[in-house]
Ligand binder design. Structure first.
Ligand SMILES: Nc1nc2c(ncn2[C@@H]2O[C@H](COP(=O)(O)OP(=O)(O)O)[C@@H](O)[C@H]2O)c(=O)[nH]1
Ligand SMILES: [Mg+2]
Ligand SMILES: [Zn+2]
Length: 262
C-alpha cells in the first residue's frame, strides 16, 4: 500500500455541496486527527493537518489517544486547543469503550469520519473499539499516483452500530509520511488567525516581520501576546505553500491543464 498524499486524501469539494469533499470514494464530514499523549505529539504536524482540513472544508477533531499512559494528559489537551480557535480536542483511552464513546457524537447516522495520523497512534484500535466487530468493509480503490500510473490502495470503511438508520461510517487510512503544503493559503490564514490578525497591523502590507519598522508581529512577540515558536511555524508553512503553489501554477500553465491539481 503506498503512502497517501494530500491530493488523494482530500479532493476538491464535492459538486453541489461546498461543505463536503470527496475522499477517495466517500464524502467525509469530519477528520479525526489522531495522535497519542507521548512523543508522537507534534504541534507542527497537527497544524498541517488542521490547514488541510480547513482547506478541504471538513471539521477537524484532534483525538488524543493513550491518555492512560500519560501522567499529565491535560497538558496535551491544552496545547492542542491553542492551535486553532474553537478546535475540538478529545482525550481518550482508545481501548476502553466507555472512554471512546465520547467520540460517537461525531459519527451519527449519515456522518462519515476519516481517521488520519501516524502509524501506531491507535487509529485501528479506536475503530475496533467504536465498532466492536461489526460489518467491516474493505474497499479497494484505484488511484492515480500522479505519474499516470494507477495503483490500488485499500480503504477500510467501518459501519457503526446505531439507531434505526444505523450509525455513521469510519474510514481508516494508512499514515501519510509527509504533509506538503500547496495551494492552501486560505487554510493557513484561518488556522493561524491569531497570527494573521496581528500581521494586518504591520505598517507595511508586505512586511516580512524581520526588521521593518512598525512590525506588529515583532511587537506582539516582544509583549508575549504571540508565541514566537508558533509565529515561526506559521512563517514556514506560509512560505512552503507560496513556493509550492507557484510551482504548481507554473506547471499548469506549461501543460495547459487548467484544472489539474498536480
Ligand atoms: N495504552 C493504550 N494503548 C493503546 C491505545 N490506543 C492504541 N493503543 C495500542 O497502540 C498500539 C498501536 O495501535 P494501532 O491501533 O494499531 O495504531 P494505528 O497504526 O494508528 O492503527 C497497539 O498496541 C494498541 O493496543 C490507548 O488509548 N491506550
Ligand atoms: Mg492501523
Ligand atoms: Zn510585520
Amino acid at each position: 500500500m503506498r503512502i497517501l498524499d494530500r491530493a488523494s486524501l482530500f479532493k476538491r469539494p464535492a459538486p453541489g455541496d461546498e461543505r463536503r469533499v470527496q475522499l477517495i470514494a466517500a464524502n467525509i464530514d469530519t477528520l479525526f486527527v489522531v495522535t497519542s499523549c507521548d512523543q508522537d505529539f507534534n504541534v507542527a504536524r497537527l497544524e498541517r493537518y488542521l490547514v488541510l482540513a480547513r482547506e478541504a472544508g471538513v471539521r477537524p477533531v484532534v483525538v488524543l489517544t493513550k491518555a492512560d499512559l500519560s501522567p499529565a494528559p491535560e497538558r496535551f489537551v491544552n496545547t492542542a486547543r491553542s492551535l486553532q480557535s474553537g478546535l475540538q480536542v478529545e482525550l481518550i483511552d482508545g481501548r476502553d469503550p466507555r472512554s471512546a464513546a465520547r467520540l460517537t457524537s461525531y459519527c451519527g447516522a449519515g456522518e462519515t469520519v476519516a481517521l488520519v495520523g501516524s502509524s501506531g497512534v491507535g487509529k485501528s484500535t479506536l475503530v475496533n473499539t467504536l465498532t466492536g466487530s461489526t460489518s467491516i468493509t474493505t474497499q479497494a480503490v484505484r488511484e492515480d499516483d500522479g505519474k499516470g500510473r494507477h495503483t490500488t490502495t485499500v480503504r477500510e470503511m467501518h459501519r457503526l452500530a446505531g439507531g434505526a438508520d444505523g450509525g455513521g461510517w469510519l474510514v481508516d487510512t494508512p499514515g501519510m509520511r509527509e504533509l506538503q503544503m500547496s495551494e492552501v493559503a486560505s487554510g493557513v490564514i484561518d488556522v493561524f488567525d491569531d497570527v494573521t490578525a496581528v500581521a494586518l497591523e504591520c505598517r507595511f502590507a508586505n512586511c516580512t516581520h524581520a526588521d521593518e519598522p512598525g512590525c506588529a508581529i515583532r511587537t506582539a512577540m516582544a509583549e508575549g501576546v504571540l508565541d514566537p515558536a508558533r509565529v515561526e511555524r506559521w512563517r514556514k508553512l506560509a512560505q512552503e505553500d507560496a513556493v509550492n503553489s507557484f510551482t504548481a501554477a507554473a506547471r499548469r500553465s506549461r501543460t495547459g491543464r487548467g484544472g489539474s491539481r498536480r
